[in-house]
Design a protein around this ligand. Sequence first.
Ligand SMILES: Nc1ncnc2c1ncn2[C@@H]1O[C@H](COP(=O)(O)OP(=O)(O)OP(=O)(O)O)[C@@H](O)[C@H]1O
Length: 281
Amino acid sequence: MTTGPPTDRIAVVPSYPRPDAILAEVGGQALAIRGLTKIYDGRAVVDHIDLDVPIGSFFGLVGPNGAGKTTTLSMVTGLLRPDGGRVIMAGVDVWADPVAAKTKMGVLPDGLRLFERLSGPELLSYLGRLRGLPAATVDARAAELMTVLDLDEAGSKLVADYSTGMRKKITLAAALLHAPPILLLDEPLEAVDPVSARVIRTVLTRYTAGGGTVIFSSHVMALVESLSSHVAVMNKGRIVANGPLAQVRGEAASLDDAFMHLVGADDIGTGGLEWLGSSPA
Ligand SMILES: Nc1ncnc2c1ncn2[C@@H]1O[C@H](COP(=O)(O)OP(=O)(O)OP(=O)(O)O)[C@@H](O)[C@H]1O
């Protein structure tokens, strides 16, 4: 099927249907990706990927370094313009209607850029008002989020002085402030201590139990296995496995084993280095 000339700002991969046809096809999905592509220096680092994320799922995106996870999430969240394909978020075409799409999602991006000279409550208040929420609603939600995320003790401390875990938590609070139906988190627990990690996990689990959808990327396979209902494995810009956790794990003893097999890393590290440990001290 061909689509004729592109009608909006991004190039449409010719073999993919028009947006209205995709919208009809993906009803009931929190997120649908069709033919999403990013090309750097003539190389497709995200290579025509398709993905469906069911509403209410805890969806883990895993892949080795350089697989294309951050590039994919950046295109999905409207931060990086795709070279082809479409992203439908809660029924909205992200790149055709970015303002409407942004109301549907909360984002914890790679590399946290925050307003460093504000305190946590000031940051939440500012972002809440920027999103058009009434002041009373922002204040009430900000206070509740600060407490639930165990940030009350930070008080009037500036975000610039926050630890890595605190920065993740305040960014998560900012992502949740407008009560979006979908959260997209790039490495939400990377470099976070176990106490903060548990707080974040609890908040995310409560969020999905309430019907929200979480899509997150991680390198930590045990974490993905313990949290996710669904998993997609990415390698070299392509989705190599995707579905409910048990289906992706298959017969393997763990998701880690299944992952190693899927990305062709089964026997890495078993050869060479014989000289190590062979000489007397
Ligand atoms: N701005 C850029 N210009 C050129 N190449 C880029 C750019 N951004 C990313 N890439 C390349 O695209 C590929 C995918 O990168 P990406 O950061 O999306 O992978 P990733 O799966 O998130 O990796 P990691 O797990 O290490 O964070 C890599 O080969 C990377 O070098």
